[in-house]
Write a protein that binds this ligand. Sequence first.
Ligand SMILES: Cc1ncc(COP(=O)(O)O)c(C=O)c1O
Length: 385
Amino acid sequence: MFAKRTNWNLETNRLSAALAAHRQAGKPLIDLTVSNPTECGFQYDETAILNALRNPAALNYEPNPRGLAATRAAVAQYYAARGAVVSNEDTFLTTSTSEAYSYVFRTLCDPDDEILVPEPSYPLFEFLADIQDVRLVRYPLVYDYGWQIDFHTLEKAITTRTRGVIVVHPNNPTGHFCKPEEMRKLSEICAARKVAIIADEVFLDFVLKGKQASTFAANSRALTFTLSGLSKICGLPQMKAAWLIVSGPEGLKSEALSRLEVIADTYLSMSAPIQLAIPAFLERRYAFQKQVIERVRENLAELDMQLAAQKSCSRLEVEGGWNAVIRVPATRTDEEFALELLATKGVSVHPGHFYDFPSEGHAVVSLITPGSEFSRGLRQLFLQL
Ligand SMILES: Cc1ncc(COP(=O)(O)O)c(C=O)c1O
């Protein structure tokens, strides 16, 4: 009775099962994988957030496939603050970046068409692609004192079925930004091979060193879909508010816009109270981001201090985002490492394979973990080695 596309193997993996059993048994747990900002002890202006949700204008229904114009204007202002010009007409509001991905996949791909995704990266894409009947093809990121795109392999991976290249900027969990030279080269390749760029910028504001990174949102060199939203920018994943911006050569852009308009008009998925609240949420992003960046810097400093006191591990460069990748001895699989750490020390980390690291020897920790927990968890991790 069911579609092949939903014929997933939903058995829990060994680590999730061990974690559930650990919790069930009521054993103490130091969780170094926390990614929900609402549970990390950050201060939110609760009154302002709740007041923004009780706008009387929410009593009217104003359907618009792109979302309310005033809200899109606030999104345009977000980009204007980074020096990028984004038009209201090129913006669609969505309930999540995941929904934005699905709109883009639906706009670009027939069943079994291909989308290139970075490796390592965030594991979200697998299910999104399955649901939209899209095939994911990986292109490698290589690490050499910092991460970069392996353009040679990326180009070779493009076939007549390739419709888009996803770039996560900065990438999760590697925390590296796509450099201006890489943006230029990627645009050149995509324009020449008639493939779109799909840029996921949910962590764009979380820069640890140096100046703001530039956005893909105004990229006119190739057809580009730029995705972002409030989950990370404002630390409000529960509000379900995100967006999708289309840019590129005029003909391609208007074709994409008119197709997207039909998809968005079919769902009209944004609720009025949230759309009306987005401008107020965005205004408050600086206060949230300041706390996150401070936390991430402090945790990185703590990690470096503890790394300096031992010899078997090191960490990879982090330029932004919320995670750090620790190189651990590859004497067992990363899953076995994580299982043992949980069993013996009650500490939870993500094994590298969760993010498709191509080799063993990586553990990923969340840099937004509350400081004292982060420090205790790391101490236990290094004790185990
Ligand atoms: C790179 C990346 N993109 C998208 C998302 C999901 O964002 P949203 O809540 O808007 O679907 C995440 C969540 O962790 C992420 O890491």
